[in-house]
Structures are given as structure tokens and as C-alpha cells.
Design a binder for this molecule. Structure first.
Ligand code: ADP
Ligand code: MG
Length: 586
């Protein structure tokens, strides 16, 4: 079975093509979004998703998130003396999604189509494929996230012929694409993006504002306090998607501060972020030489495109042509699932063709730090181009070939991908040449071939495949990850509420702590009975109780003592009946 996966910076999702449509697959909580968070326990157990997310505050040093930002780099995350690369943490997420899919489909899942940001370079794409391999998944196709969204959108309106913009604004990245779609063709005409612009930047803006208004020195607060502030900031941001102004109380080092924020103020605070959004959209429109009138709609994708301030901004740029006929959180994954169907040649969609492009120029360095592009930005994929380079001085006995990616005229301002030194016979200048061929496949994976007939030299290199690990190492790590204890599915919910209770405890005041302790005590008593039915019921109740405490913590709601009392009452009644049950069995 092949599935489609949106491996997001913040959240990940999995889908499958079934019964003529892409269908999202729920996790063990019955939810489609699995937070891209991984946490390790001292006994070697790994937690992924919601449970791991709860451990960010209680176990920050062994809980990791946003590692997608580090994909393809040498960055390592250390937990209990073991280190993990970003692709290994991603592999643990993929493994979880795979097991959710297998539980849902009732059959093994061996392959996945994974979406990646259009702006992901070669190394990051390679690392993503490796993450798949490490999770035991074959990854033959990667699809750019905005292209996936365009695909999912177009198959709902196959008869339309339109030029539209995909605005994919997630937790950590902004990706935009220009799409020309008609009949069974989806042609990407241009892409632009910012790898370091997303919802978390708004959280940071709000958190810093919280400090400024409470006269707390941002630079001096502890990492744990910052984490709490980010969380509060995120809550405020979410609320601002529903209402125009939010009031809350911030608790810092035992002190309480009043805080309020309105959407208009958020716009003022975030002017730097809007300027960057504007730059990205400008680049897209400028490259394609089109104006707002040529665009028929803007497809809003990603969690952050739900923010009214963002929608307002984009709508003002595009003459109010926003379109949202699908859920912005889910559409990328639906597209990846659709491509898995196309790949399987499912009859309804097998003829759909999606033409993507190379998001950046690839070239070699000429003497004098000049970038000579071989494949230029926005070239359709797959493509293959060859250029010939000759020696520049008499008796030259080697050619140093430096390969760069980027748009700067000076090679050194671009990203260096690799380099080769080729020994050549010394001859008068211009007599010895090398042919350099660059090939870029539909997944954005890059091959380099170099031929020098006079020196009988041939180089064939596939970049982005290693992702920092050779195949032996990859297999060894795959087995290691496979043998890591993953928390059992059936205990996932219980573990989640226990972790959440622990996290809330850190934030509670004395009175809330007491309530929490009583509720936790009752929940644990029921767990001890080992009665699955009772445990499930208790879980639902405990989760509501935690939500009540959490709400009052952020002062978004007044604590409803009446409801709480009622629930406690029910609990103790239920406890009595369950212990009656218990004694009957004896
Ligand atoms: P990614 O593609 O990076 O995994 P998502 O598309 O899931 O990210 O978006 C996650 C981001 O969206 C987070 O920063 C989150 O705070 C933000 N977000 C999600 N829902 C909302 C909402 N209703 N209002 C404002 N921001 C939201
Ligand atoms: Mg996304």
C-alpha cells in the first residue's frame, strides 16, 4: 500500500487514495494532525505527537520539535547520551504515521509519497528520503507542498482553466507557487518562499510584547519560562483568529500580569513579518511577469493562513480573491495522497499530469567568483543541461569545479553544494575542455555528470542522496530505530493525559494544583482497576477536567465550579459502583 504524507514542521498528516478520493487517516486520538514532536524517556521509550508535545515543558531537554528546519544539516539532538539527526527524528514521526495507517487500513504500508517545501534544497530532499528509508518506507516520489495543494484543489474543479497562487503559510515556512491548471494538466510556473517565516514568528512577536508590556527583561528569562510564554502567545494568537481582541493573565515567576492584544495591534507589531511576506509574493509575480489581474484566486494553505491578519493582508494585495474550499491544514496531505493514487495508476486519476519546476538556479563557479548557471530557476522538471568549460591559462594542469545553488551573481554568495578537482594534461589555454551535465528529476533530486575526454575522466554523482549517511550506516540506524520501544497505541491516550496533567501542574496556582491533584487521584484509582471500559470513560472525564483547568489558566473562561462539582460527584459515584463490581468478582 502507498500512502501520502505531509511531514510538516509543526504537524504531520497521512492519507490514502481509496474509493476514488484521497482520504485522511486518523491517529490513535481519532485526529488527523499529529504534532511533529518527539520525546524520549529514560527507559528508552519514544513518544511521538500529542503526548510528546505535552512533555515540552516538563522534559524540555529530551523533547524535540521543529527539527524539519534542520533537515539536511549536520545538526544533532542528544537525549540520554544518544544523538539523533533531524532525519532520524523525522523517521520516528513517519514510523508513527505508518503504524496509524496500518492500523486504519488493516494492511502493511511499504511506500509513501512525501511532500516537501518547494524551497527545500537538494540536501534537505535527500534527508527527507532518508527519513522515509529509516522508517522502513520506500520514497520514490517527493512532491512540493504547494504543488500538492494545487493538485488537491484542481481535481475538485477539473473543468476550470485558471492561473492561481498557492499561499502556504505554516509554522516555520512560507511557500508560494504560481499554478496554471487546465483539464488534466497542472503546471507550476513559478515558486518563491522564505524558509524562516511562519506562525512561530508571530508567537515570538507576541511573547516579546508580553514581556515588554509586563516590563520583564526578555533576555533574562529562563528557557522554561520562555516556553510557557510561547505557549501563552500561541493561545492568544489562536484566539485572535476567532475574536478581535484577547485578554489574558500571564504568570511569570509567581507574579501575575494582565495582557491584552487586538488584531490591529498585532498588525503593527508584525510589520517586519508582513514586509517579508510581501517580498516573497513580489518575487513570484515578478519572475512570471504577471500582475494581480492575471490571477484568478489565491488558495490559502497552512495553519497560519487562518490568521485574520494574514488573510486581510493577502486579500488586500490580491484584490480580495482568496479561496478556501478545503481545510488549509489538510489540503497538502490530500494532494500527497492524490499523487500516491496517480502513482498507483488508479483509473480515475491516472492521466493527471503535474509539471513542477526547479526552485533555484544551479551552476558552476567561473574564474573571478562568477556564477555560471547551467539550470536556471523555474525551469520545468525533469530537465538535463550540459555546458562545456575550457582551460583559462597555458599549461593548466587541473580544473577545480565548484558547484553552487542560488541566484547571486557572485558564486561565493550562493550555497556551495560540492566540488571536484580534475587533473588534466597541461596544454595551451582553451585546448582542454570538460563537459558538465546537470540533471534534475521530478523529485528535485540532482545528478551531476562530468566528462573530460582528454584526461579520460568521468564523474557521476548524485547529490542529496546521502543526507550525511552512507547506505551501510543508514541500514544500521534503521534497525536501531526499529528496535526502539514505541509507546503502545492502546496506552497512548492514558499517557497523554498523564503528561498533560504534569505539564499543567507546573503552571497552576495553589488552588488549581489542589483541584488537579484530586482529579488526577481519581483517574489513577480507576486505572488501577484495570477495567478497560471504566478507564476509557475516566479518560474522557479527566480530559474535560484538564481542559477546564487549562482554560482558567489562560483566563479565557471563568472556572465553572458548578460543573466541576458535578463531575467530581459523578466520579465518586462511579468509583463506588466500580469497586462494587470489583468486590462482586471476588
Ligand atoms: P507546518 O506546515 O509547518 O507543519 P501547519 O500548516 O500545520 O504547519 O501550521 C502550523 C502553524 O499554524 C502554527 O504556527 C500554528 O500556531 C498555526 N495555526 C494553526 N491554526 C491556527 C489558527 N486557527 N489561527 C492562527 N494560527 C493557527
Ligand atoms: Mg505544511
Amino acid at each position: 500500500m502507498v500512502v501520502g504524507i505531509d511531514l510538516g514542521t509543526t504537524n504531520s498528516l497521512v492519507s490514502v487514495w481509496r474509493n476514488g478520493r484521497a482520504e485522511l487517516i486518523p491517529n490513535s486520538f481519532g485526529e488527523y494532525l499529529t504534532p511533529s514532536v518527539v520525546s524520549f524517556d529514560s527507559d528508552g521509550t519514544v513518544y511521538v505527537g500529542k503526548t510528546a508535545q505535552e512533555r515540552l515543558i516538563t522534559h524540555p531537554e529530551v523533547t524535540f520539535r521543529e527539527f524539519k528546519r534542520q533537515m539536511g544539516t549536520e545538526c544533532q539532538f542528544v537525549a540520554y547520551g544518544k544523538s539523533y539527526r533531524p532525519q532520524e527524528l523525522s523517521a520516528l514521526i513517519l514510523r508513527q504515521l505508518r503504524s496509524d495507517a496500518e492500523a486504519f487500513l488493516g494492511e502493511p504500508v511499504e511506500e509513501a509519497v512525501i511532500s516537501v517545501p518547494a524551497y527545500f534544497d537538494d540536501k534537505r530532499r535527500g534527508a527527507t528520503r532518508n527519513a522515509g528509508l529509516l522508517a522502513g518506507l520506500k520514497v520514490e516520489r517527493l512532491i512540493n507542498e504547494p504543488s500538492a495543494a494545487a493538485l488537491a484543489n484542481h481535481i475538485q474543479n477539473m473543468n476550470l482553466d485558471e492561473l492561481f497562487v498557492v499561499f502556504d503559510f505554516g509554522g516555520g515556512t512560507l511557500d508560494v507557487s504560481l499554478v496554471d491548471a487546465f483539464d488534466n494538466m497542472i503546471e507550476i510556473q513559478g515558486v518563491a518562499g522564505d524558509n524562516h517565516l511562519g506562525g512561530r514568528d508571530f508567537n515570538e512577536v507576541i511573547a516579546i510584547d508580553m514581556c515588554a508590556k509586563s516590563e520583564l527583561p526578555w533576555g533574562k528569562i529562563s528557557p522554561q519560562q520562555k516556553e510557557l510564554l510561547y505557549r501563552e502567545a500561541e493561545q492568544v494568537k489562536m484566539k485572535l483568529s476567532e475574536q478581535n481582541e484577547v485578554e489574558t493573565t500571564i504568570r511569570m515567576e509567581g507574579m501575575e500580569y494582565q495582557y491584552s492584544l487586538a488584531n490591529q495591534q498585532l498588525i503593527d507589531l508584525s510589520s517586519g513579518l508582513f514586509r517579508r511576506m510581501n517580498q516573497v509574493l513580489r518575487r513570484l509575480m515578478n519572475d512570471a511577469q504577471i500582475t494581480v489581474e492575471d490571477v484568478s484566486k489565491v488558495l490559502m494553505v497552512g495553519g497560519s493562513s487562518k490568521m485574520p491578519v494574514v488573510r486581510h493582508f493577502v486579500a488586500s494585495l490580491f484584490d480580495k480573491k482568496l479561496c478556501n474550499d478545503s481545510n488549509p491544514d489538510e489540503i497538502v496531505c490530500m494532494g500527497a495522497g492524490t499523487l500516491s493514487g496517480i502513482k498507483e495508476r488508479m483509473s480515475e486519476i491516472k492521466d493527471i499530469v503535474i509539471l513542477d519546476i526547479c526552485p533555484f538556479s544551479l551552476g558552476v563557479e567561473l574564474r573571478g567568483d562568477i556564477m555560471s548557471p547551467i539550470i536556471s530557476r523555474n525551469q520545468s522538471l525533469p530537465c538535463s543541461r550540459v555546458e562545456r568549460y575550457v582551460t583559462v591559462y597555458d599549461g593548466q594542469n587541473k580544473i577545480e569545479l565548484n558547484i553552487f545553488q542560488g541566484e547571486h551573481r557572485n558564486a561565493s554568495s550562493n550555497l556551495k553544494l560540492t566540488s571536484y578537482v580534475i587533473d588534466i594534461p597541461p596544454r595551451p589555454k582553451g585546448e582542454v575542455f570538460i563537459d558538465v551535465r546537470f540533471s534534475y528529476d521530478i523529485n528535485g533530486i540532482f545528478d551531476i555528470d562530468v566528462e573530460c575526454p582528454m584526461a579520460v575522466v568521468q564523474i557521476h554523482d548524485r547529490l542529496g542522496n546521502g543526507g550525511g549517511l552512507d547506505s551501510g550506516e543508514l541500514e544500521r540506524r534503521r534497525q536501531e530505530l526499529e528496535h526502539m520501544k514505541i509507546h503502545p497505541r492502546e496506552l497512548e491516550q492514558t499517557k497523554y493525559v498523564l503528561e498533560k496533567a504534569e505539564r499543567l501542574y507546573v503552571e497552576c496556582n495553589e488552588q488549581q494544583k489542589r483541584l488537579l491533584e484530586i482529579a488526577l487521584g481519581q483517574f489513577q484509582d480507576i486505572l488501577k482497576l484495570q477495567d478497560l471500559q471504566a478507564a476509557k470513560k475516566a479518560y474522557v472525564k479527566f480530559e474535560i477536567q484538564l481542559a477546564m483547568i487549562e482554560k482558567t489558566l489562560f483566563r479565557f473562561a471563568e472556572f465553572d465550579a458548578g460543573i466541576w462539582e458535578e463531575m467530581m460527584q459523578e466520579d465518586s459515584e462511579q468509583n463506588e459502583t466500580s469497586s462494587d463490581d470489583g468486590s462482586e468478582k471476588h
